[in-house]
Design a binder for this molecule. Structure first.
Ligand SMILES: [Zn+2]
Length: 306
């Protein structure tokens, strides 16, 4: 079996399946796959949509060159392309998220969740109906029909000529930067913490001068009722050392007082160049007792050069 065939060799939860997590039925098909394993493209994919959300974690939506229509993949990490670029059949698209990754709530363990539909890549990425069972098309493209599960093959012939990439100006395409994870950072009562990654370096959120949409995935424990956690992005001019704090958001403790919390905080900012460059770092300040914070899979999309 090829790596591509192995990737799509076993459906674990069929499209439309019932279950407590699936309002109105499972919106995609799940394939057996372990954390960190690669998800391979089963058609020539044009990446069109990158999304993140509480249910699905990171997801991606693509247009399918040979089959037509769109597909989505959820609970992913380490996406190998960005909107406007191609991932050809058999190439690596992304990795399967694991327990310590940002995987979303609609998840019980590592797997591939994939959808298909005819409306848009975005709808397939985030799971907006109408959606269809992707398995027959996948079987057709990967196995030529015959094995696995699913209905009759409906796709046109695969293979053939390679797609001609669309002409898109480089600076029109958002580039995505994903930070390294930082885990189990304890912020002492009334304290401030500059976030370092697991190698002890500041969590630099951007990779170049530009206009960014930055999303922090914040996980924490022990934020008690009445306590508040302030999140900041700080622009740091490497040459002068001058720092410009950017206030983002306050997370308020609530619930039973010892709640775990999780927030996706998205903020837009321009990063201009210093003489030696500019980095953006994350900092948090607690107004209350000790909290423990993870930043996992936070990312920055650079939309253009300023
Ligand atoms: Zn699923």
């Amino acid at each position: 079996m090829t790596p591509l065939q192995e990737c799509y060799s076993q459906v674990t939860t069929a499209f439309g399946a019932g279950g407590s997590m699936y309002t109105g039925g499972h919106r995609g098909a799940d394939y057996r796959r372990s954390a960190d394993q690669w998800i391979y493209a089963y058609d020539d994919f044009l990446v069109q949509s990158i999304d993140s959300g509480d249910g699905l974690g990171f997801s991606v939506g693509v247009w399918r060159k040979n089959l037509g229509g769109f597909a989505g993949f959820a609970h992913i990490k380490n996406l190998q392309a960005y909107p406007g670029s191609w991932v050809l059949k058999g190439e690596k698209l992304a990795q399967v998220a694991g327990w310590n990754d940002y995987h979303g709530d609609l998840w019980t363990g590592p797997h591939i969740h994939t959808t298909a539909g005819s409306v848009s890549a975005y709808n397939c990425s985030v799971g907006i109906r109408p959606l269809v069972d992707p398995v027959p098309n996948i079987n057709y493209m990967v196995f030529g029909g015959g094995i696995n599960t699913g209905g009759p093959n409906t796709g046109p012939a695969g293979g053939g000529t390679k797609p001609i990439p669309p002409t898109v100006q480089e600076d029109e395409m958002p580039k995505m930067y994903t930070t390294q994870n930082t885990k189990q950072r304890v912020i002492k009562a009334m304290g401030t913490q500059r976030f370092l990654n697991d190698d002890g370096q500041p969590v630099n959120l951007v990779g170049a001068v530009g206009r960014y949409q930055i999303t922090l995935h914040v996980y924490g424990r022990n934020l008690k009722a009445g306590e508040e956690l302030d999140l900041y992005l700080i622009r740091h001019d490497v040459a002068t050392g001058v720092e410009s704090p950017h206030y983002i958001e306050t997370i308020k403790g609530e619930g039973d007082g010892v709640a775990q919390f999780k927030r996706n905080v998205t903020f837009a900012m321009d990063v201009k160049g210093g003489t030696k460059g500019t980095v953006v770092v994350a900092e948090m300040r607690i107004r209350g007792g000790d909290v423990t914070i993870d930043l996992t899979g936070s990312e920055a999309l650079c939309f253009n050069i300023v």
